[in-house]
Design a protein around this ligand. Structure first.
Ligand code: ZN
Length: 119
């Protein structure tokens, strides 16, 4: 499997669904914005973005992806290296990862079942 395919799969799994907009600022400092999407802009905002060397105008609403507590723009590539490391870790440790999820689920179910409810 190519790295591009791994990124595509990672993005599909971890992207922030339903969170798109006219402008998103990536944690690395890059900005992606959609100047032609019929969005409302502050006075001078679009002109400022057009002059900003870290800003990229795209033809669609800008999406985000969040993992390890950081928010990234889907269009940015700064998160790809880390995503590939996580992807490779998860794939090379799939049995322990599944065992971990099962143990957490078992613990959570035991916690729920321990709650006494008066009906
Ligand atoms: Zn970035």
């Amino acid at each position: 499997m190519t790295d591009e395919k791994k990124i595509e799969i990672f993005e599909e799994a971890f992207q922030d669904t339903g969170i798109v907009g006219s402008r998103r600022d990536c944690v690395c400092g890059n900005i992606f914005y959609n100047s032609n999407g019929g969005w409302d802009w502050e006075d001078g905002e679009l002109e400022g973005l057009a002059k900003n060397i870290n800003a990229t105008d795209v033809d669609y609403s800008v999406g985000t992806i969040t993992f390890e507590g950081k928010g990234y723009c889907l269009d940015c590539t700064c998160w790809h290296k880390r995503a590939l490391m996580i992807f490779r870790f998860l794939m090379s440790h799939n049995s322990p990862v599944v065992a971990l999820f099962r143990a957490v689920k078992k613990y959570e179910l035991a916690m729920v079942e321990s709650i006494e409810v008066e009906i």
